[in-house]
Design a protein around this ligand. Structure first.
Ligand SMILES: Cc1cc2nc3c(=O)[nH]c(=O)nc-3n(C[C@H](O)[C@H](O)[C@H](O)COP(=O)(O)OP(=O)(O)OC[C@H]3O[C@@H](n4cnc5c(N)ncnc54)[C@H](O)[C@@H]3O)c2cc1C
Length: 263
């Protein structure tokens, strides 16, 4: 058994092509918006800019008068995006995607995560292909403090680990010339003897609409403790990454509660 902890890495975020965007804005007469973005912001935030741009496309609200029905526009991005959230105009948030590498998360966690079907892309480590030569395992702090529990749990996991290695030798998987299909067949059988808590990995991409929903659902008091831990971390990362899109949450006893639900 190898003691591990779930880890979250934000590995990809939106990148706007401002040259193309400026060309488009020239075509529709909305260049002043880009100028405002340039002058008023200390750091460019492509995720927030993309959400704002998509939202403004709907009403041509880059500046007043482009659409004769629009006589005033909000010039502050924070205020603009707050209004998007408040008016539940969540579809514009679907343009903005982030990708996370989730490391040393269990199959308990991944079973729960994949229930979120909308607005996601998933690539999960295949334990049919990847052979377990040890068993990475996370123990929550309360379990680590229980000596008898840890002794019994560790003994059992060590035994499972030893059985994995025994099976690999028994099936001769490392001998010369074993076809890959044979290794895959045996490895798939062997994983059945791994615990559901085995640490594994997954790449998870989600758009901001989905992220907002899953952060709320998976940090709720009734959610499972590992997924709460991971989504608390994802919430923290996203608040830093895109404060105008994630700044409305209040954290109460570990539960992330947004002002604007399910936009
Ligand atoms: C605390 C907690 C306990 C849970 N316990 C259980 C349990 O005991 N057993 C169990 O099986 N599951 C359980 N779940 C999983 C839960 O039932 C959902 O499957 C999971 O949270 C995915 O969320 P979602 O349904 O909002 O779907 P998502 O895929 O995240 O979709 C987001 C939203 O899109 C809309 N949507 C998505 N798909 C459709 C569709 N096909 N038709 C119409 N609208 C759609 C809905 O508004 C949905 O809320 C639990 C979840 C939580 C958070």
């Amino acid at each position: 058994m190898r003691a591990v902890s779930p880890e979250v890495f934000l590995i990809s975020r939106p990148e706007v092509d401002y040259v193309e965007l400026a060309e488009y804005l020239r075509a529709v007469g909305g260049e002043s918006w880009l100028q405002r973005v340039d002058e008023s912001r200390e750091g460019w935030n492509d995720g927030q800019n993309l959400a704002e741009f998509a939202g403004r496309t709907c009403y041509r609200s880059w500046e007043p008068g482009l659409n004769p029905n629009v006589t005033r526009v909000r010039s502050d991005q924070g205020e603009y995006l707050r209004n998007i959230l408040a008016s539940a105009h969540g579809s514009v948030l679907e343009h903005v995607n982030y990708t996370f590498a989730l490391h040393n998360v269990s199959r308990v966690f991944t079973h729960e995560l994949v229930r979120h079907r909308v607005g996601v892309a998933i690539s999960q480590e295949s334990l049919r292909f990847v052979r377990l030569n040890d068993i990475p395992f996370w123990f929550p702090e309360w379990a680590r403090e229980d000596a008898e529990l840890m002794k019994r749990a560790t003994e059992m996991l060590d035994r499972m680990e030893e059985f994995q290695n025994w099976m690999a030798a028994h099936f001769g998987l490392d001998e010369d010339g074993v076809p890959f299909a044979e290794k895959k067949h045996r490895t798939s059988f062997m994983r059945r003897f791994a615990p559901e808590g085995v640490g594994t990995g997954l790449v998870w991409t989600a758009n901001v609409r989905t992220l907002r929903h899953t952060i709320e659902a998976r940090t709720a008091a009734g959610a499972e403790e590992e997924i709460r831990l991971v989504f608390n971390r994802i919430g923290e990362i996203m608040q830093e990454e895109a404060p105008a899109l994630f700044g409305d949450y209040v954290v109460e006893d570990g539960a992330w509660i947004p002002i604007w639900r399910k936009v």
